[in-house]
Design a protein around this ligand. Structure first.
Ligand code: G3P
Length: 218
């Protein structure tokens, strides 16, 4: 399973990159706004900075909602750096735009996916990635992992090559469950990635090893 970080925070991206486990980055307009990045020129400049830190895929989301606007904006975004993936929402115009980008060799990430029906459409349009929003499904009292599982089954049966990118991940348990249920990629905040390191028995064990070492070497 690939690991992406879901943020526009450059310090968080650098920290995950330095861990040596980072395969890419996803962003969205809300994450950009959270970092205070506003205005198209600043947003594009920020994408360039992210692409200088990581070699892997960096999702850059279109803000246009009509087909022509998405094609224009996405084509421009993809010219900013070689590793840009154009992120397109799951709408009627979005599906048409994904098909256009696919036919023109531009990789895409279909975002805001909440059902297997939407996931099938995204795959049919040739999306490189499809992003089911796990945490938001859990928030609405359903089970996001059931969606990952069903999507993985359908994609395997049908031979779809679109990669399942588990998004809206809130904690390290989500990452484990997404891996178990067949996600190809997990995009996570830094807190969820660092949360994977933690176990109290690791801390206690290390404390004991160091104490014993000090006893034998003092
Ligand atoms: O990748 C999508 C993600 O950013 C949404 O996460 O936590 O806003 O539901 P969240």
């Amino acid at each position: 399973m690939k690991f992406f970080i879901d943020t526009a925070n450059l310090d968080h991206i650098r920290e995950a990159h330095e861990l040596g486990i980072l395969d890419g980055v996803t962003t969205n307009p809300s994450l950009m706004a959270k970092e205070g990045i506003t205005g198209q020129a600043n947003i594009e400049n920020h994408y360039k900075k992210i692409c200088e830190i990581v070699e892997g895929d960096v999702s850059a989301e279109v803000n246009a909602t009509d087909f022509a606007g998405m094609v224009k904006e996405g084509t421009h975004l993809s010219s900013l750096a070689e590793n840009i993936v154009v992120k397109v929402p799951m709408t009627k115009d979005g599906v048409k735009a994904i098909r256009h980008f696919t036919d023109n060799g531009i990789p895409t990430n279909c975002t805001l996916v909440f059902s297997s029906a939407q996931a099938i459409l995204a795959a049919k349009a040739g999306a490189t990635y499809v992003s089911p929003f796990i945490g938001r499904i859990d928030d609405s009292n359903w089970d996001g992992m059931l969606l990952i599982k069903e999507m993985a089954e359908i994609y395997a049966i049908q031979g779809f090559e679109t990669q399942i990118l588990a998004a809206s991940i809130r904690n390290s348990r989500h990452i484990v469950e997404a891996a178990k249920n067949g996600a190809d990629v997990c995009t996570c905040p830094l807190s969820a990635i660092l949360g994977m390191l933690k176990h109290p028995l690791t801390d206690l064990g290390l404390e004991q090893f160091l104490a014993d070492y000090r006893k034998g070497n003092s």
